[in-house]
Design a protein around this ligand. Structure first.
Ligand code: G3P
Ligand code: CA
Length: 257
């Protein structure tokens, strides 16, 4: 029934597929992104790093070992060498032959079909990655206001502050790791000078933090929630997005469940 519906109850909470639908298919591959679209995700989340020859590629870890059949640091490989790795078999034999995608391949394949939440991973290890990302977006005119659902985020807040100077029209976010102290109003005031989203570890999110972030004029999309009751609880708190490995749990919601 509709009685007792809270004010936020009809708002849509963004369904953000973490590394793609990574609960069902190998993370940061086209298989996982296609699965996310099938499951009606509003955004796919991707992790970007640089190859040895300066190409922007998708990978979460600093090493290729966990998610490919290769071994070593990602930035020890050229793009051509990375393309020869199998990024799917580790997850299941049906994914054999999945390749490590480049950022440009992902922008070209998914723009207009889904939003893309781009995490700049360990930017201090990848000098120039902000410029490379900015150039890829600019070449496609994805750097305009209301650019069509691109969000750029990082745990490295200096990197986001810098990226925001390069492309001020692109939506940005700061990632915040778990801290029992929460986030101070001073920090939030600082974030709001260059970021549109504050995306914390969900374990530090309560109703108070959600309203604190909203009070500073920003949005919140916590990570990574794979439990249905916790997803429902966070929606009740009024979060703006949910980052999950299982986009079918978040669904095509209107914050009613
Ligand atoms: O999008 C937020 C989340 O992806 C951050 O943590 O380690 O999964 O990249 P991690
Ligand atoms: Ca990530």
């Amino acid at each position: 029934g509709k009685s007792g519906m809270a004010d936020h109850a009809s708002k849509h909470t963004l369904n953000i597929a973490h590394r793609g639908a990574s609960g069902y298919a190998p993370e940061n591959t086209m298989a996982a992104f296609d699965k996310a679209l099938e499951m009606k995700a509003d955004y796919i989340e991707i992790d970007i790093q640089l190859s040895r020859d300066g190409e922007v590629v998708l990978m979460h870890d600093a090493m290729v070992d966990r998610t490919t059949d290769g071994s070593g640091r990602i930035d020890a490989f050229t793009l051509e060498e990375l393309k020869q790795l199998d990024a799917g078999s580790w997850f299941g034999p049906q994914y054999a032959g999945e390749q490590i995608p480049t950022l440009e391949e992902i922008l070209d394949a998914y723009r207009g079909k889904t939003g893309i939440l781009i995490e700049i991973k360990n930017p201090s290890q990848h000098p120039g990655i902000e410029e490379r990302l900015a150039a890829a977006l600019e070449e496609r005119s994805m750097d305009k206001p209301n650019n069509g659902k691109i969000i750029v985020q990082s745990f490295d807040h200096g990197s986001i502050e810098y990226f925001n100077e390069l492309l001020p029209n692109v939506t940005t976010g700061v990632l915040v790791g778990y801290d029992a102290e929460g986030i101070s109003d001073e920090q939030l005031a600082q974030f709001s000078t260059y970021a549109d989203y504050v995306n914390p570890n969900h374990q530090m999110v309560d109703e108070n933090l959600v309203s604190q972030i909203h009070h500073h004029g920003m949005k919140i999309a916590p990570y990574t929630i794979n439990d249905q009751s916790r997803i429902n609880e966070l929606m009740d708190y009024g979060v703006d997005g949910i980052i999950s490995d299982y986009p079918d749990l978040v669904g095509h919601n209107s914050a009613l469940h």
